[in-house]
Design a protein around this ligand. Structure first.
Ligand code: ZN
Ligand code: ZN
Length: 367
C-alpha cells in the first residue's frame, strides 16, 4: 500500500513528507494505522546525526498510538479494530530475560530491531523499490506502520490517542521508574532532577505511590510550575547548590528515592549525592553523551546508597502500559498536562524546533 511518511534521507536536513510503499504484515506482524505520535528527543538525536548507531534512509517516530488494521499469520493477541500503543521495547514473555521476571529488556528481536529491520531481517517500507529501514522497530512518523505483535500494547479503546501516545516512551519511563523500578513507598521523600516528560512522569508516579515530599529541580520556571501540578512539594532551579539545599531541607539526611532525567552526568552525580545514607536509591533515566562517565565517591555506596538505571523506566510494555492507560481513564493519572502542542505530520520539523527551544513538554502529531 502507499502511505505518507516523514522520510529522513540525510542527517540534519529537513524531513520531507514522501509517499512510500508499505508491504503487508508477515507472520507475527501487525499493520497499524497511526492516529497520534509524540515527538521525542531520541527522534531529534537520531535526525541530527550525532547518534553513532543511526542510519538513513529511515522513518523516525516511536511514540505512536493507533488502531490495528490487519494481522499477519499466527498473530493471536491482536485483531483488527484493537487500539494499540507502539513499543520500542517489546515484551515477548518467553525469552530468557522476560522469563526471568527480573528485567524489562526483552531480547527476542533486539539485534534486528537495532539495525532497522523487522524480526525476519527485512523491511516492509520501501521507496521506488529500495528498502527504507524501520526506526526503533516503530517508524511512527507515518500514516501506517507494520510492527511485531510483541511490540504492541493493547489498550482501552475509549482512551484518546493524542494523550495516551505519551505513554509510548517518556511518560511511561518516569511513571514506571517511580512505581515499579524504584517502587517508591508511601510516606517517603523523593527528588527528581529534570522536569521534561520523563521527570514529570517520575513526579506523577511518586505522588501516585504516596510519596510525602517531592523535590523537583529544573532550569525552567515553567516546567517547575507544571511539576507542582503533578505533586512536587518543593521546586527550585538547578545548579551547584541543589544538593546542599535538598540535604538541608531533609535534616541533613537526603531523600529515600532520587531520579535523574536530564542525561547530564553532573546532574546524575547530584542525584546520587542526595540519596540518603543507609538506603537511598538513585534511579538514572537520562541518556548521557557517548563516552561520558558517571563519577561516584565509593563511600556513598558503602554507606548504603544504591544506584540503578532503567530503560523505559523498567516498564514491561505490554503489561504496564495498558495499566497506565486505565489509570488515566479512571482519573488517577493526568496525561493532558504533558501535551503542549498539536501538530500535523507536515509540521514534524516544527516539533524538533519546539524541543530545541525547550518550548513546552511534548508536541503530538495527529493524523
Ligand atoms: Zn522517546
Ligand atoms: Zn522477551
Amino acid at each position: 500500500m502507499k502511505i505518507r511518511a516523514a522520510l529522513l534521507e540525510e542527517f540534519g536536513q529537513p524531513m520531507a513528507i514522501r509517499e512510500l510503499d508499505l508491504a503487508p504484515p508477515n507472520a507475527g506482524e501487525v499493520l497499524v494505522r497511526i492516529h497520534a505520535c509524540g515527538v521525542c528527543h531520541t527522534d531529534l538525536y537520531t535526525w541530527s546525526g550525532v547518534d553513532p548507531s543511526g542510519y538513513a534512509p529511515t522513518v523516525l517516530g516511536h511514540e505512536g498510538a493507533g488502531v490495528v488494521e490487519e494481522v499477519g499469520e499466527g498473530v493471536t493477541s491482536l485483531r483488527p479494530g484493537d487500539h494499540v500503543i507502539t513499543l520500542f521495547s517489546p515484551e515477548c514473555g518467553e525469552c530468557d530475560h522476560c522469563a526471568s521476571g527480573k528485567t524489562n529488556i526483552c531480547t527476542a528481536i533486539r539485534a534486528q530491531q537495532g539495525s532497522g529491520y523487522l524480526p525476519d531481517g527485512t523491511a516492509r517500507l520501501s521507496l521506488d523499490g529500495e528498502p527504507v529501514r524501520h526506526f526503533m522497530g516503530t517508524s511512527t512518523f507515518a500514516e501506517y506502520t507494520v510492527m511485531p505483535e510483541i511490540a504492541l500494547a493493547k489498550v482501552n479503546p475509549e482512551a484518546p490517542f493524542d494523550k495516551i501516545c505519551t505513554l509510548a516512551c517518556g511518560a511511561t519511563t518516569g511513571l514506571a521508574a517511580a512505581i515499579h523500578k524504584a517502587a517508591v513507598e508511601p510516606g517517603s521523600t523523593v527528588a527528581v532532577f529534570g522536569c521534561g516528560l520523563v521527570g514529570l512522569g517520575a513526579v506523577a508516579g511518586s505522588q501516585i505511590a504516596g510519596a510525602e515530599r517531592i523535590f523537583a529541580v529544573d532550569m525552567s520556571e515553567e516546567r517547575l510550575a507544571i511539576a507542582r501540578r503533578y505533586g512536587a512539594t518543593d521546586c527550585f532551579t538547578g545548579g551547584e547548590e541543589a544538593v546542599a539545599r535538598i540535604m538541608e531541607l531533609t535534616g541533613g539526611n537526603g531523600v529515600d528515592y532520587s531520579f535523574e532525567a536530564t542525561g547530564n552526568v553532573k546532574v546524575m552525580r547530584q542525584a546520587v549525592e542526595v540519596a540518603r545514607i543507609g538506603w537511598g536509591l538513585c534511579t538514572v533515566l537520562g541518556v548521557a553523551g557517548k563516552g561520558e562517565t558517571l563519577d561516584i565517591v565509593p563511600r556513598l555506596l558503602i554507606t548504603g546508597r544504591r544506584v540503578q538505571g532503567g530503560s523505559f523506566g523498567g516498564a514491561k510494555g505490554r503489561t504496564h502500559v495498558p495499566q497506565f492507560v486505565d489509570m488515566y481513564m479512571a482519573g488517577k493519572l493526568d496525561l493532558d498536562g504533558f501535551v503542549s502542542h498539536h501538530l500535523s505530520l507536515e509540521e514534524v520539523m516544527k516539533g524538533f524546533e519546539l524541543m530545541e527551544a525547550q518550548d513546552g513538554i511534548r508536541s503530538v502529531i495527529t493524523f
